[in-house]
Design a protein around this ligand. Sequence first.
Ligand SMILES: [Cu+2]
Length: 257
Amino acid sequence: MRYINKCFAKSFLIAFVMVSLSFLAGTNNRTFADYVGGDVSNGGSISGVIKMVGDVPSAKMLNVDKDQGTCGHDAIPSEALIVSHGSELKNAVVSITNISKGKKFSEGKVAIDQKGCIFVPHVTLIPKGQSLDLLNSDDIMHNLHSYSMKNTAFNEGVTGGNALSRIFEYPETIKITCDVHTWMTSWLIVQDNPYYSTSNETGAYKIDNVPAGDYTLQVWHESLGKTTKQVSVKAGENSVVNFDLEMKAQGKKRRRR
Ligand SMILES: [Cu+2]
């Protein structure tokens, strides 16, 4: 009898933990799904500079081994790590990860072009549920191959002057390549809120119209990984948050200029 009671208690405990975990997961999902955009009065902003610390590897060139005439190059500089002379890092994506209410998403068209056998831009951000145009401005066949887990992956050719259109329903960081030209790589980041920014060539980023509050700020870079910091935003004021990122492993793709 005692044994049965023990078993019952154990089963009850396991069931309780599972129900609690699924409730918490559901709460998280709801938070992301329920982002509400509207007018923000007297919001603050967050800005800063992203730098690479430690040794900065030398620039890397990618060999263009086919269609050189149309592509216009024999070699293309890798965009996987672009660091200026002051160690400022380009194409780092900064975003608030825990906000459920604030400004509206911008409604501008978002597109990635394949031009000169390069994806332009190299890093693209898009709100979830918004249509993305995948263009081909070159007079040759390109291919669009997405590596996604949550969103439906695709692997389709697109002829010169034509385009594909896709909608991404779930927040995710997605690598997109062209399988015809193996040096071509691009990153698409699907966002669940409109508070994000990509660092420019001076490493600078800015996120504006943020309601006053405490937030988690994340930075992600394709070669240097991700990290977070906490930030307090005050009404009408700018909070400065700088990040220093470091190469964690050897042999990553790189470029200094
Ligand atoms: Cu291609």
